[in-house]
Design a protein around this ligand. Structure first.
Ligand SMILES: Cc1cc2nc3c(=O)[nH]c(=O)nc-3n(C[C@H](O)[C@H](O)[C@H](O)COP(=O)(O)O)c2cc1C
Length: 204
């Protein structure tokens, strides 16, 4: 496993990889990813994050059941008008929803809070860490993807994992070695010119 990829190569090719081998990921590797996460900024350097590394088959199966149910409600048969997403994203995400229990590691990123309602500001103190983890996985050649569908079962999953009241889950990341036939590659994104205004909002 090499981590000699260029900085911008890593950013430009970090995409969701949901087809993972069941082979275990060494503990040191997971700790290395989390270390990268903990180098991220957080409001006031509060570092209110906690990461739960889930490898126990029973716990993974329980989370997988909730996740599949959430997927079906949002994008599957249980939603009469599912959101329109690109077909390759749908089939990849559908694969993950049906195989979550077989992912070798499920990493739950969590954030402490003071009991106030969840806001974008709270999220902004955990998602930079999540992105660092995704980039570190990409640098090491491990597959991963940020997922949030489990949030539909926040209470149930918090109970399952023993997460206290003043902590919210933010993202569930399957992590593992990539299946043959799947690989990192350039992501498809709108060009800078389409998403950038100079000085002021300008739709002209
Ligand atoms: C906030 C957020 C939530 C997401 N939730 C899910 C999810 O629940 N399940 C999933 O399979 N992918 C999820 N994704 C991954 C997106 O589908 C993916 O990043 C997007 O389709 C771009 O794919 P690419 O990186 O392969 O180009 C999420 C991404 C973000 C940023």
């Amino acid at each position: 496993m090499t981590d000699q990829i260029g900085f911008f190569d890593a950013i430009y090719t970090q995409r969701a990889i949901r087809h993972l081998k069941p082979d275990p990921v060494p503990r040191e590797t997971i700790e290395r990813l989390i270390r990268a996460g903990t180098k991220a900024p957080s409001g006031g350097n509060s570092q209110g994050w906690k990461f739960i590394v889930i490898t126990d088959p029973e716990t993974k199966s329980a989370i997988a059941e909730y996740y599949l149910q959430a997927w079906e409600m949002a994008y599957g048969n249980q939603n009469p008008s599912p959101p329109n997403i690109q077909s390759h994203v749908r089939s990849s995400a559908d694969y993950l929803a049906r195989n979550m229990a077989d992912m070798p590691v499920l990493l739950m990123a969590c954030i402490h809070h003071d009991g106030s309602p969840s806001t974008i500001t709270r999220g902004s103190s955990i998602y930079p860490a999540v992105q660092n983890i995704l980039l570190a996985a990409r640098a090491l050649g491990l597959g991963s993807a940020i997922t949030t569908l489990h949030k539909r079962y926040e209470k149930e999953i918090k109970d399952l994992l023993g997460i206290p009241d003043n902590v919210e889950t933010a993202a569930l990341l399957p992590i593992g070695f990539i299946q043959e036939g799947y690989k990192y590659g350039p992501t498809r994104r709108a060009p800078v010119s389409e998403v950038t205004y100079w000085e002021k909002w300008d739709e002209s």
